[in-house]
Write a protein that binds this ligand. Structure first.
Ligand code: ACO
Length: 322
């Protein structure tokens, strides 16, 4: 059986770190409120010259180095982003150009905070179908540029960043069961008003700003996340005890804690980066993966559970044997 195996990870964060104390000078908020309600202590904010494409390129180069591969080895690039550099061409094609890749194909995928889970699943299908052999899957965002910096209910929550994984199609027999084992994706457009951007090329002709009914999102998040994870467990005939690492989308510490508790996943198996990165949308899962791989927590053979939920709503889960 063919499997898509993760060979390397990489990440890139903007230079500038913005603490909660700095937020206090912009809007009426406090370090205490932000930490208690979200777990966030700081986030990175893109400066001049730092964009979704430039951060994505840096992350891609790091992931290639970790995989021991050159840009030429890649024939598929998928960038999960809701904040592309341009309406078109796709950020993926711009990164392809910066990496000097002229073979294969590249495209963007838009599923907001679930973007990485959607992109990983899509890349897996492309690889196993034979359309491509090696893929770069990149989550890259500059949400700071679509925030209303006068709205304390949203601006304190998000950060910028990018991270990438390199995937390769391999024969399962030679790889001891490594690779992406299952994926479950869902969406329900009836939740539009709870989390959306109030502009776009075809409506206002502007980029727009993020609008969110945070309490409403919170109300749905844990149920949706646990539902799709339990479906993934059932598909594989496994339980929470079989999972070595839980790497959730990093939106809010309370959502992550509640989801892990409901699923029966021990707190020490949860990879948490929301405190330093904030919510980086499609970049949050690969950023957390990169942190946990580099610090030695995620090791070859580990069973890793990824999940995300975001605007739309979209949500999904992937289980991968590292
Ligand atoms: N600082 C201080 N006070 C604030 C702030 C702030 N930054 N923001 C809101 N408040 C106030 C509100 O005005 C409200 O005041 P009131 O009681 O006088 O009306 C009070 O705090 C409580 O507001 P709630 O919205 O009820 O606070 P809640 O406990 O729900 O926390 C939060 C808000 C953190 C946004 C939470 O609802 C949440 O995390 N929701 C999920 C959001 C999320 O995960 N979004 C991303 C998922 S999808 C994606 O990643 C794109």
């Amino acid at each position: 059986m063919l499997r898509s195996v993760i060979l390397g990870t990489g990440s890139a964060l903007p230079q500038r770190v913005m603490t909660n104390a700095e937020m206090e000078s912009l809007v009426e908020t406090s370090d205490d409120w932000i930490q208690q309600r979200t777990g966030i202590k700081q986030r990175h904010i893109a400066g001049e010259g730092e964009t979704t494409v430039s951060l994505g390129e840096r992350a891609a180069r790091e992931a290639l180095a970790a995989a021991g591969l050159a840009p030429d080895d890649i024939d598929l690039i998928i960038v999960a982003t809701a904040t592309p550099d341009n309406t078109f061409p796709a950020s993926a094609v711009q990164i392809q150009r910066r990496l000097g890749i002229t073979a294969g194909y590249a495209f963007d995928l838009q599923a907001v905070c679930s973007g990485f889970v959607y992109a990983l699943t899509t890349a897996d299908l492309h690889l196993r179908s034979g359309l491509a052999r090696r893929a770069l899957v990149i989550g890259a965002e500059t949400f700071s540029r679509i925030l209303d910096w006068t709205d304390r209910t949203t601006c304190v929550l998000f950060g910028d960043g990018a991270a990438a994984v390199v995937l390769e199609r391999r024969e399962e027999e030679s790889e001891a069961g490594r690779g992406i084992l299952t994926a479950k994706l869902r969406s329900d457009g009836s939740h539009f008003e709870k989390l959306y951007v109030d502009g776009g090329p075809s409506t206002t002709g502007t980029v727009g700003q993020l609008r969110m009914e945070g309490r409403e999102v919170f109300k749905h998040a844990v149920g949706m996340i646990t539902d799709v994870v339990e479906d993934s467990f059932a598909a594989l005939g496994i339980t929470a005890d079989d999972i070595d690492w839980f790497v959730p989308h990093q939106a809010n510490r309370r959502i992550i804690d509640a989801s892990a508790k409901k699923l029966g996943i021990a707190p020490e198996k949860v990879v948490m980066t929301v405190d330093r990165h904030g919510n980086t949308s499609a970049a949050s899962i690969p950023l957390a993966l990169d942190v946990a791989r580099r610090d030695g927590r995620i090791k070859p053979g580990d069973l890793v559970l990824l999940e995300a939920m975001g605007g739309g709503f979209t949500w999904g889960a992937v289980v991968v044997r590292w």
